[in-house]
Design a protein around this ligand. Structure first.
Ligand code: FPP
Length: 245
């Protein structure tokens, strides 16, 4: 069972296009798939689910589409569909360029849900991996300038402690829908050793069974983290696999 599943929810625009609908209808249907996925995550006891809702690159899109996504995010967070469930909401990303009322609402939900423990749902809104790394480097520079860190002794652990969310665990499974095989500036620090899982379905067609399928696929993978693969028992080597020699 993975601890942390991160999802690139791709294919909303194509889903709408296939139905002759405006793109924002695809995002609306995508929000329904988000609710469904969260229910599915709670049912299997997943601890961390992180969703890429708006990237720093998405600002290049048509202004109407961006406004539609921001309005949708505001109405979803405002509707608070998980209020009776043990879901902690977190927001990951920069406040710059986001409407103040959305930032205030996200901070409010972070505060009011902070004692919930079953599932941490992190919404990445105005998030970019390089932006996160750059902010972390700036935070490290501030610590060294204050004399709290020796630049020659900075470790990976120090770096991780200066990330915007130092308590976010590594991603075990990075899942992207929509038939594209890229990680698109998503969680580069946390997903270094993530298992990658790409599926052809468009995000609005996703339901909880797709999450369970993703978790099942993860459970079949052998994770090594740079170590040598698990050695088979002596008896099975005697069966004569020449690679064991
Ligand atoms: C990518 O599909 C999707 C997005 C940029 C927006 C994702 C946002 C939501 C699903 C809204 C709801 C989210 C939450 C967390 C409530 P695309 O538009 O790039 O699709 P395409 O590749 O088919 O054009």
């Amino acid at each position: 069972m993975p601890t942390h599943v991160a999802v690139i929810m791709d294919g909303n625009g194509r889903w709408a296009q296939q139905r002759g609908l405006p793109r924002h209808e695809g995002h609306r249907a995508g929000a329904t798939a988000v609710r469904e996925t969260v229910y599915g995550a709670l049912e299997i006891g997943l601890r961390h689910l992180t969703l890429y809702a708006l990237s720093t690159e998405n600002w290049k899109r048509d202004a109407d589409e961006i406004h539609a996504i921001l309005d949708l995010l505001h109405s979803e967070v405002s509707a608070d569909p998980f209020q009776d469930l043990d879901v902690r909401l977190r927001w990951h990303g920069g406040a710059d360029r986001l409407p103040t009322d959305l930032v205030d609402l996200l901070r409010l939900r972070e505060r009011t849900t902070r004692t919930r423990t079953a599932l941490t749902l992190t919404m990445c809104i105005n998030y970019g991996g390089r932006d996160e790394i750059t902010r972390t480097a700036a935070a490290l520079a501030r610590s060294t300038a204050r004399g709290q860190l020796d630049p020659d002794l900075i470790s990976e652990k120090d770096f991780a402690q200066h990330l915007p969310h130092p308590d976010m665990p590594d991603v075990d499974l990075l899942w992207r829908t929509g038939n594209e095989q890229r990680t698109s500036n998503f969680l580069p620090w946390h997903a270094t050793y993530a298992e990658l899982y790409f599926t052809p379905n468009l995000w609005p067609d996703t339901d909880r069974r797709d999450l369970w399928q993703a978790v099942t696929e993860y459970s079949r993978r052998q994770r090594r983290h740079g170590a040598t693969p698990h050695q088979p028992e002596r008896a099975s080597r005697a069966d004569g696999d020449p690679r064991d020699g």
